[in-house]
Design a binder for this molecule. Structure first.
Ligand code: MFK
Length: 562
């Protein structure tokens, strides 16, 4: 009789990440192309060390934080209101390394000058998918530091700024950004928080429906100094408030509840009542939305880079699995369809990374006063575009990643489902896809964004390209004509609004194509990436989104009207 192999003893090897810096060949090629060799040589040991930790201790802490969700204790045994939030140790460790590794500080030390943002965001790109999204408090902290740099008074530029940008875990402070209310998520002007003068400062009364990171040290929030008037939009201002008073008690804040969310479960998102929180005005009174946009434009770049971090993870995990799992007589990575799925995930993360890192280069230049007017307008235009585009791509990649693990990917204790849950928030918080499409229009029209894109793309297309890239150059020229032809064909402001989302997707993909062309022009081993650009132009840039705009754009507006 035939002897059976004891399959019942089989245990699947767990797929492990390697060094997320060394293993990311494209990231290395990118940095060699766009960062001065001396700067790269200086930061490389740090990136290598950090990349080695991402798949080890960070991941263990993230998992621990994910399964031990924050809890809120509202009263002590004697009936005193305490509103204490208990956090997992993993979450606290992730904050500690964020401080020690300068995940915010690097941007403000500016030791790498205009490349400081690129350096910082490369670390954040490796960190996010292993951080249970501790990146959220970091994003708001960074945005707050930038807000202080631009609008802060002497007080804010002192201890608060030093705390937000410190590398010392004992001194490091985080900030929240409170905008969302019951009345307004996207439309923040419907705010019902009021600021009452109190000596030199204000007392805030109102309600905040979603406040990420109530465990922060401070927050920047919107409130109105005027009572609502029929038919008039509230004129909002930005206020800074410490979360706690010097005696450790909450500063006129009652924590009503912690939110029960689909994902980002380690993050303590709270619902608050402000019962007279002491706060100081930041920037010009009545210019609150404009002022706080400095903060949320930074968090939108964090959102972009975080989305790409998850895309990379959604590729790196099944890639590790490819050599460990066997089916139908060979490793699954040797099956052509698995290999093709991996290739698509690879192209997705690399193409999105080329867009995300471009933004960080522009931001770095802007903050060192080296960006031209065109570059500043381009940064403004591409910030909402990249945010909305990358968020959607991350969700798709996360879903594909789960499937590539089969049933294992669907098991909570594999740690894989949280990738899908967490990416789902990226297209919601910091502005939904529709709201950001409108922001793209605002930037395109009001802040010279479209013109800047025209100037920039022209400049790029004028460079010298080797014969091997001529075909790509021609195809991208045609896409540029299609794009500018489409946007100039809009007959009314309503047409622009109706097609803005489709235009935003096309613009993201067109920018990526341009950036690939630039990368190939500069990179010595072009042949390694030509297949990628070919795929991008043939498959991703099929003009489908603009066709959709033509077919559906106006029908949708009619549907709403009826
Ligand atoms: C891991 C990644 C990081 C994640 C961190 C997550 C933390 C979550 C914490 C949250 O707070 S989530 C909630 C986030 N909420 C939003 O992002 C709000 C989304 N809604 C919008 O963005 C709306 O477009 C907006 C509230 C800005 C609309 O408000 P208004 O008052 O109707 O805007 P309006 O009147 O068009 O613009 C007012 C001014 O702001 C104008 O300038 P001027 O006063 O000079 O004319 C605009 O040009 C300017 N402005 C608006 N958006 C801007 C901007 N300026 C620069 N950049 C922008 N993005």
């Amino acid at each position: 009789m035939k002897k059976h192999t004891p399959y019942s003893d089989f245990i699947q090897q767990v797929p492990h990440l390697g060094n997320e810096f060394e293993d990311d060949f494209f990231l290395n090629d990118y940095l060699r192309t766009y960062m001065p060799a001396q700067t790269l040589a200086e930061i490389k040991p740090d990136l290598k060390r950090f990349g080695g930790r991402v798949g080890r201790d960070f991941l263990v802490w993230a998992r621990e934080a994910e399964v031990n969700e924050p809890t809120l204790t509202q009263f002590d045994a004697w009936g005193n209101r305490v509103d204490e939030i208990t956090l997992a140790d993993g979450w606290i460790q992730l904050e500690r390394v964020a401080a020690e590794d300068g995940l915010v500080a690097i941007a403000y030390e500016r030791e790498q000058k205009e490349y400081s943002r690129l350096y910082q965001f490369v670390k954040l790109y490796m960190y996010t998918a292993s951080s249970a999204i501790y990146t959220c408090p970091l994003a708001m902290t960074d945005g707050a530091a930038r807000l202080i740099e631009i609008f802060g008074d002497k007080f804010l530029k002192g201890e608060p700024f030093d705390g937000l940008t410190s590398r010392d875990p004992k001194k490091f402070k985080t900030s929240g950004q409170w905008m969302t209310e019951r009345t307004g998520g996207s439309d923040v002007a419907r705010s019902m928080t009021f600021a009452y003068p109190d000596g030199e400062h204000y007392e805030l009364k109102g309600h905040k429906w979603f406040t990420s990171a109530i465990t922060a040290d401070m927050a920047f929030t919107l409130a109105s100094t005027e009572q609502p008037q029929e038919g008039k939009r509230a004129s909002l201002s930005v206020f800074h408030l410490p979360i706690r008073n010097p005696d450790g008690k909450l500063n006129g804040i009652v924590v009503e509840a912690l939110k029960d969310k689909l994902g980002t479960r380690a993050l303590p998102t709270a619902q608050l009542e402000l019962t007279g929180a002491k706060a100081r005005l930041v920037g010009e009174k009545g210019k609150g939305v404009k002022t706080i946009s400095t903060l949320f434009n930074i968090t939108r770049i964090y959102n972009t880079v975080s989305a790409i971090s998850y895309m990379r993870r959604a590729y790196a995990l099944p890639k590790a699995y490819a050599t460990q799992r066997e089916a139908f007589g060979k490793n699954i990575g040797k099956h052509v369809l698995y290999e093709k799925s991996l290739k698509k995930l690879e192209i997705t993360y690399q193409s999105n990374l080329i867009l995300g890192l471009f933004l960080t280069r522009l931001l770095g230049k802007e903050e060192c006063n080296l960006a031209s007017e065109t570059e500043q307008s381009l940064l403004r235009l591409l910030t909402p575009v990249a945010k909305l585009y990358t968020a959607k791509q991350a969700i798709k990649s996360a879903s594909e990643c789960i499937e590539m693990f089969g049933g294992m990917g669907y098991l909570e204790d594999s740690g894989i489902p949280s990738i899908l849950r967490d990416t789902q928030t990226l297209s919601i918080w910091e502005g939904t896809t529709n709201v950001l499409s409108l922001d793209m229009l605002r930037a395109a029209e009001k802040e010279n964004g479209l013109n800047a894109f025209a100037v920039y793309s022209k400049e790029l297309m004028k460079q010298n390209y080797p014969a091997s890239l001529t075909d790509f150059h021609t195809r991208i020229s045609i896409k540029l004509n299609t794009f500018f032809g489409f946007v100039s064909s809009a007959k009314s402001a309503e047409d622009m609004v109706a097609s803005s989302r489709d235009v935003a997707f096309y613009l993201a993909e067109l920018t990526i194509a341009l950036l690939w062309l630039d990368f190939l022009r500069l990179h010595p081993k072009k042949e390694e990436y030509t297949q990628t650009l070919n795929y991008w132009l043939t498959y991703k840039m099929s003009d489908a989104s603009l066709n959709e705009a033509e077919v559906l754009g106006f029908v949708k507006t009619e549907t709403i009207k009826s």
